[in-house]
Design a protein around this ligand. Structure first.
Ligand code: NDP
Length: 497
């Protein structure tokens, strides 16, 4: 009998389903099926693929409740987090990528000023890589696993998704949806399994899109180096928010609470630390405290039932608990929460930590839980210094009514994306590249580069016949070489002047 994984509901502790595992030994055959199916999928062209992905969009909208129920069950997140962030993202992506692919992957004409190749026509074309392996985490089973498969499919690739073993059900449900929408057999497959299944997948595919921890991201890159397989990595974050004295404090406090607690704080672009200018520090902390106290937490029971859901991944509870305890011991004030919630589900209370500083792990390491540590700073320069004092660089937020100042500060933050008077919502604009600096990743998802990464570039140069005057530089000899050298000096020398 095939090995199975038991999928648990983190909000109740109950086992939802047992699913069969793709063992590391089976991975090669899965990728072979994908490789066999890919040429016909590519040959369908943008219009043919677009029609199928559009039908998948229709399917997703019609099955929105079933998908949200599945996500809520396997992650324990609030229903709004499943519906707003995951289902809505999927519906948008299934329309967006097929619409953009023909334009963003169209042949590009290139001109040259180099006299040695004048007259040739030059074209850059984008060809799908073949089979893309998507390895996803447990925090967003739709956005971060299936979501990355959509642009890869639109570009003409076959895809094998390896979801987190903690949350495989959403990917399996989406596979059913694509099948019902008419996606040819083998073009999209799900390989449920452990980290080892993911590691073996890297050996067989043509490109890897990975989302998860920085630690595992390094392993993925090392493994991919063996076969020179390109990787795109979206890794951990420790996103800072900077609140200046002239900020709209109500908006800043709402954003701080929402974007730190949304999805139980288990979002790579969660607000994980706040720096507030001294004159408004006390007011900001008071507002945030009041808002966090009003949050409702517990097992999700339909729309509007709770604001903050469960902790999806068991070991995460200890990390969050340790960060809060260490901050407390180092002198921070825990103003709201700070403890595990009641079982049988896995909950950690929404937690506000005031008077934090960089001696605390809660300000330096990724917590990935419903916590908001806040630090008082003298001025904007200190805020920028502290914000950049981190190995991570995924997202950031600056709150100020002075937009010019906000934009100047944004350019000084070492992060792949910065929002002014907002946080994290840049993720929803699929036109914008989204990717981490430093230990937060490599490459981007979204934007033209987030699609082109699923392709190989090919340069095609054509020497048009007949030419009125043929120019032959071959075979070289000393005389020709000297002439060229004089020509180069003349041509480029004159250009410099
Ligand atoms: P991991 O990075 O360990 O796992 C992400 C995915 O990679 C999972 O599908 C996992 O499989 C798979 N995997 C594990 N080992 C390997 C390997 N050697 N080669 C290829 N694939 C592998 O994340 P975790 O789920 O363990 O979460 C740990 C931490 O990562 C969190 O505490 C958080 O800090 C961070 N994280 C960041 C996320 C983000 O969005 N940036 C998302 C999730 C986590 P399996 O789950 O089956 O082990």
């Amino acid at each position: 009998m095939a090995e199975t994984i038991a999928v648990e509901n983190p909000a109740t502790g109950a086992t939802i389903r047992e699913v069969p595992v793709t063992s590391p030994e089976d991975v090669a055959a899965v990728v072979e099926r994908a490789r066999a199916a890919q040429p016909a999928w590519e040959a369908l062209g943008y219009a043919g693929r677009g029609r199928i992905l559009k039908r998948a969009q229709q399917w997703l909208v019609e099955h929105a409740d079933e998908i949200a129920d599945t996500i809520v069950a396997e992650t324990g997140k609030a229903r709004e987090d499943a519906m707003l962030v995951e289902v809505a993202y999927g519906a948008n992506a299934l329309g967006f990528w097929p619409r953009k692919a023909p334009k963003w992957l169209a042949d590009e004409r290139v001109r040259t000023t180099n006299p040695f190749v004048l007259g040739r026509s030059m074209v850059v074309r984008y060809r799908p890589v073949g089979v893309v392996g998507v390895i996803g985490p447990w925090n967003y089973p739709l956005v971060n696993s299936v979501g990355d498969a959509i642009p890869a499919l639109a570009a003409g690739n076959a895809v094998v998704v390896k979801p987190s073993e903690v949350t495989p059900l959403t990917s399996l449900l989406f596979q059913r949806g694509l099948h019902e929408a008419g996606l040819p057999e083998g073009v999209f497959q799900v390989a449920v399994g452990t980290g080892e299944t993911g590691a073996v997948l890297i050996d067989h595919v043509d490109m890897v899109m990975f989302t998860g921890s920085t630690r595992t991201g390094r392993k993925v890159m090392e493994r991919a180096a063996q076969t020179l397989t390109p990787v795109s990595l979206e890794l951990g974050g420790k996103d800072p928010m900077i609140v200046l004295a002239d900020a709209d404090l109500e908006r800043a406090a709402n954003a701080a609470v929402y974007y730190s607690m949304q999805n139980g704080g288990q979002t790579c672009i969660s607000i994980e630390r706040v720096y507030v200018e001294a004159p408004v520090y006390d007011d900001f902390v008071a507002k945030v405290t009041e808002k966090a106290k009003a949050l409702r937490q517990g097992p999700p029971d339909g729309a509007g039932s709770v604001d903050v859901g469960a902790m999806t991944f068991p070991p995460q509870m200890e990390i969050v608990e340790q960060h809060v305890q260490q901050a407390r011991d180092a002198g921070a004030r825990v103003l709201v929460g700070g403890h595990r919630g009641p079982g049988p589900g896995r909950f950690f209370e929404p937690t506000i930590i005031a008077d934090a500083d960089h001696s605390m792990t809660a300000m330096r390491e990724e917590t990935f839980g419903p916590t908001l540590p806040i630090m008082r700073v003298k001025d904007a320069d200190e805020a920028i210094r502290q914000a950049n004092d981190s190995p991570y660089g995924l997202g950031a937020a600056v709150f100020t009514k002075d937009l010019a100042k906000g934009q100047r500060l944004a350019r000084r933050v070492e992060a792949g994306a910065v929002c002014i008077n907002d946080a994290a919502v840049n993720y929803l604009a699929l036109e914008l590249p989204m990717g981490g600096w430093k230990a937060s990743g490599l490459g981007v998802r979204h934007g033209p580069a987030g699609l082109k990464k699923y392709t190989r570039q090919q340069a095609i140069m054509t020497y048009r016949l007949p030419l009125r005057r043929e120019v032959h530089f071959f075979p070289y000899n000393a005389r020709v070489t000297n002439l060229i050298s004089r020509g180069v000096k003349l041509f480029y020398g004159s250009r410099r002047r």
